[in-house]
Design a protein around this ligand. Structure first.
Ligand code: NAG
Ligand code: NAG
Ligand code: NAG
Ligand code: NAG
Ligand code: NAG
Ligand code: NAG
Ligand code: NAG
Length: 695
């Protein structure tokens, strides 16, 4: 870049940058959902913040007063990694250090009104996590998860000697997953009990691996599974969990089942939803959760094995007679999670619709034809979690494009909402950004109406002309939703002086199954046409957009699409492109770990259905690559391996197209480390600023 360009970059930065910077996005407090106690007067949440001054992360467990909205620190100690309620005024927590066993953890009990009243209740010999607990008349039944040896013993890497050789040897599919090489250890659920005597809890008996006796079970399901993959019955006697099929290879199957096992571990787990003559679903299961009576449990399941984004349907299993009913089977929304109301009469559902994560209610005894009713409307961002406080009140954790997770109470009968914690009001970093900068639009796409978001800078002036940040989401079965995102925030791009456009083209979730499924075998087809038409639509509709200063950016499938656009006419409409962990050649998809994904999306294998992969191959159009492009690809990305990004950069360089390559050796498909994330943002924003200024 010449001196002249540098000067224009600097003046551009000085002219339009607003309050909300990448530093603020990354360092603003990040809160988990708030979990109330059973009387509903207090809730616990976790908050972490990163400081670019000290280069350190601080995190605490806080209490939220559900009457006043006041917050207070419960545990400032960094070793407290998880906290769960065991009484209205007592919690059980994981202390991530163990005084006696290196690599182990401890379970501690603490009073909620005075956290100095606390004591160790159990010592666990491995780094176990994902604590769940229920109170019983005799004490507490709990469960945790962690890696286990094939013989069932919990795995503790810290007490092992370093092997002399680093060789890894495999005889079957599934060598690695996400960012980890597969080893003989698998995740298992361990059950334990505390007994109570004179108000003091103590460990009774050791931990039992609930999977002992069945080879191939694994829960939580990796790499993203957590406490929503298992549940303990309200009486503490049973555990339900989710595992992929223990026999089918996990690399090319999604089939998973819901299991039941006694908490005592005295019997083997039994799958409740295996395919049979009277039960046809064969795909992935999710979210097993006992009803408050413990007589039934609800879960989600997809029909098709091998299609990870198939529609989730709602099932209720009766523990007494083992019957399964499907609820609202034809309801066409992108269902993500479910939970029960306090009285067990209502199922609370979170499902994506039109770019928002909405909350819905469905009677647990609904006829199959009955449809869930939306509880939150279109103007409320997205619900992350809803926990009942009473039969008429819910505690909501919600976020939006302009707000990180905040908390409110919602009264169902009146619809009245009481805000308890509003991040925009209390976090200095978020003070300057508001909902009024967010809008949406619909237009005619390749085959149907398509929805998109438009996010403007604060202080927007419609008499001015703004450059366009055209953002393309990954998945591809995913969507730009009105929710907080610390990695791809359309608002952060807007605050650097752009108008962000985030379209949900064919393949996106929340617009019905047909729209989502239509991307199969059509990666560069209908979604590309939708994006081209969307670009034309926004130029016709919004006179304040500057057609000569547009840039396109995307990650994963969005990175694929940017590479595809680069080889097609649409690529010439942009001054610069950015690809994060995108596909160079569809012919290389077999280097991935979850092979069911390309086999579904390209409808076959490379050898039997090669034309499907060749049809949508960005590398087949390199002769037309000519728009300046920043390429980012990380070493630990095993989903879409590193050479894909290197190949894009090498091709650009050999062709003499201005290009830059950025690599993080310690990041996977996502950039998570705050310091890396800041460099990512500076490079990405610097790159697009340079090319829109340089005209
Ligand atoms: C965690 O456990 C260690 C070792 O037993 C102990 O010294 C420390 O005080 C505990 N911290 C908390 C917050 O419980
Ligand atoms: C299980 O296997 C591990 C690793 O080989 C070993 O250290 C452990 O002692 C075994 N546990 C039992 C109960 O045999
Ligand atoms: C999955 O891979 C196994 C080999 O591990 C193979 O036998 C099977 O046919 C494959 N299934 C699919 C659906 O590709
Ligand atoms: C199982 O019990 C439930 C009530 O708990 C009832 O609605 C259902 O019809 C029963 N199913 C069978 C197959 O008996
Ligand atoms: C949704 O937003 C509207 C308008 O800001 C507000 O009146 C309402 O209380 C909100 N509802 C919920 C459930 O947050
Ligand atoms: C996928 O392949 C099957 C079998 O060849 C075919 O019937 C189906 O139409 C294909 N689907 C798409 C979307 O190409
Ligand atoms: C390159 O672009 C030209 C002009 O649009 C087009 O005619 C040609 O087919 C393209 N070549 C490839 C391989 O995409």
């Amino acid at each position: 870049m010449g001196i002249k360009a540098w000067i224009s970059v600097v003046s551009f930065f000085c002219g339009v940058v607003n309050g909300f910077t990448p530093e603020q996005l990354i360092s603003a407090p990040r809160r988990t959902a708030a979990i109330p106690n059973s009387v509903g007067d207090l809730a616990i949440y976790y908050v972490s913040s990163y400081s670019f001054e000290t280069h350190k992360n601080t995190h605490t467990w806080n209490l939220l007063d559900l009457g006043t909205g006041d917050t207070s620190v419960l545990f400032p100690e960094p070793e407290v990694s998880e906290v769960v309620w065991i009484a209205d005024n007592a919690v059980l927590y994981i202390n991530g250090t163990n005084a006696d066993i290196a690599g182990g953890v401890e379970l501690w009990v603490s009073d909620i009104t005075d956290s100095s009243i606390r004591y160790k209740a159990a010592s666990l010999a491995a780094p176990l996590a994902n604590l769940k607990a229920v109170s019983t008349p005799s004490g507490v039944s709990y469960a945790v998860s962690g890696l286990a040896y094939p013989n069932g013993t919990a795995y503790n890497a810290e007490i092992l000697e370093e092997p002399l050789s680093s060789a890894r040897i495999y005889d079957s599919l599934f060598v690695r997953h996400w960012d980890t090489y597969i080893t003989p250890q698998r995740y298992a659920i361990f059950a334990g009990s505390l007994s109570i005597s004179n108000g003091v809890y103590s460990s009774s008996g050791g931990l039992k691996n609930l999977f002992s006796g069945i080879e191939g079970l694994e829960s939580p399901v990796q790499p993203f599974g957590g406490t929503s993959d298992f549940d303990i019955s309200p009486d503490g006697q049973k555990v339900t969990f989710l595992s992929k099929d223990p026999v089918l290879n996990p690399a090319n199957n999604t089939a998973s089942y819901i299991y039941l096992v006694p908490h005592s571990g005295l019997e083997k787990p039994v799958a409740i939803n295996l395919p049979s003559e009277s039960y046809s679903p064969e795909g992935a299961s999710a979210s097993p959760v006992f009803s408050p009576s413990g007589k039934t449990l609800a879960y989600l399941q997809q029909d098709e094995n091998g299609y990870e984004s198939d529609k989730n349907k709602i099932y209720v299993y009766d523990l007494e007679n083992q019957s399964i009913s499907v609820l609202s089977e034809d309801w066409d929304r992108s269902l993500e999670s479910l939970s029960w109301s306090k009285d067990g009469k209502i199922l609370l559902l979170i499902a994506g619709e039109y770019g928002r994560g909405k909350l819905w209610a469905l009677p647990a005894t609904a006829k199959n034809a009955e449809k869930p009713k939306a509880i939150t409307g279109t103007e409320n961002g997205s619900v992350g979690l809803a926990v009942p406080l009473s039969d008429d009140e819910l505690l909501l954790s919600t976020s939006s494009f302009v707000s990180s997770a905040g908390f409110s109470r919602l009264q169902l009968s009146s619809g009245e909402v009481t805000t308890l914690l509003d991040p925009n009001a209390i976090d200095a970093e978020l003070k300057g950004i508001s909902k009024s900068s967010v809008g949406d639009f619909w237009y005619q796409g390749a085959a149907s109406k398509v929805h998109g978001w438009i996010i403007k800078p604060e202080g927007f002036d419609e008499e001015k002309k703004y450059p366009i940040a055209f953002l393309i989401h990954g998945g591809p079965q995913d969507s730009w939703a009105d929710a907080w995102n610390t990695r791809w925030s359309p608002k952060v791009f807007a605050e650097q002086g752009y108008v962000s456009i985030a379209i949900n083209p064919t393949g996106s979730t929340g617009y019905g199954k047909e729209f989502e499924d239509a991307i199969q075998n059509d990666w560069g087809g209908a979604p590309y046409v939708d994006l081209v038409k969307g670009f034309e639509y926004i130029l016709e509709t919004y006179p304040f957009l500057d057609a000569d200063r547009a840039v396109a950016l995307g990650a994963s499938y969005g990175g694929y699409m940017v590479n595809w656009i680069q080889g097609h006419d649409f690529g010439r409409r942009f001054k610069a492109l950015v690809t994060h962990d995108g596909v160079f050649s569809t012919l290389n998809q077999i280097t991935s770990e979850e092979l069911y994904f390309p086999q579904h999306d390209f409808n076959g294998t490379l050898w039997d259905d090669r034309a499907n992969f060749e049809r949508w191959d960005p590398a087949a159009h390199i002769v037309n690559w000519s728009t300046p492009q920043l390429v980012i690809h990380n070493d630990l990305d095993y989903r879409l391996p590193f050479p894909e990004g290197l190949a894009v950069f090498n091709a650009l360089q050999v062709r003499g197209v201005p290009s830059r390559f950025m690599n993080f050796p310690d990041e996977n498909h996502l950039v998570l480390n705050p310091e890396n994330s800041l460099v990512w943002h500076k490079e990405v924003i610097g790159w697009i600023n340079k090319w829109i200024a340089d005209i």
